[in-house]
Design a protein around this ligand. Structure first.
Ligand code: MG
Length: 190
């Protein structure tokens, strides 16, 4: 992370919204296996059997499962995979968050499951640094939808959008920021 660029971007901000996976830590998830297991669950649903095509992205598979009334089963599978995954830590980022936690309101906006976020943030002794944590279970539509960021802004009690910075590693985070018209700081792959 280019700290100099980051320091420029945070100037005048009051709340920093952090993506989780790929930004603060990197989960070592077997995405292929996870998708396969979710698809198998979907293909068993009666409603889905009538359809001709299969969704290909993880989000689309999840949306279909939710539409078929299988949200609980889908989230159980997600939880199992995330729980069994180890992770590496971006120490530059964790250091930066710890150092700045008193200066800014710190928020997590993640497509990961709540249990995963809580467990890892506890491991890192960082859970107490975040005033808001929005996880996959908290939204109807996942990133790059703006559902989550809208929820965060409501919880920030209508804080001026100019005072908010979103920090993340993926095009989805960037699209959320662009669509919602807030500043964005991109984390390079690491
Ligand atoms: Mg990410």
């Amino acid at each position: 992370m280019d700290l100099e660029e980051f320091n420029k971007k945070v100037k005048g901000k009051e709340a920093l919204i952090w993506d989780f996976d790929g930004t603060i830590v990197k989960l070592n998830l077997d995405w292929v296996k996870l998708k396969q297991e979710l698809l198998e669950k979907l293909e068993k649903s009666e409603e889905f059997k009538k359809k001709q095509t299969s969704p290909s992205s993880l989000s689309d598979i999840l949306y279909e499962l939710i539409r078929s009334g299988k949200k609980k089963e889908a989230f159980t599978i997600m939880n199992k995979h995330e729980k069994n995954s180890n992770y590496s830590v971006n120490h530059t980022i964790t250091g930066c968050i710890k150092q700045n936690a008193k200066k800014y309101g710190m928020v997590i906006f993640s497509d990961n499951m709540k249990d995963t976020l809580i467990k890892i943030l506890k491991d890192l002794d960082m859970l107490h640094l975040f005033e808001i944590i929005v996880s996959k279970e908290d939204v109807e539509r996942f990133k790059p939808d703006t559902d989550g960021i809208k929820l965060i802004c409501r919880r920030l009690k209508g804080k001026d959008k100019n005072k908010i910075l979103l920090i993340g590693d993926s095009w989805k985070d960037e699209k959320v920021a662009n669509d919602f018209k807030i500043d964005f700081f991109k984390i390079d792959p690491w």
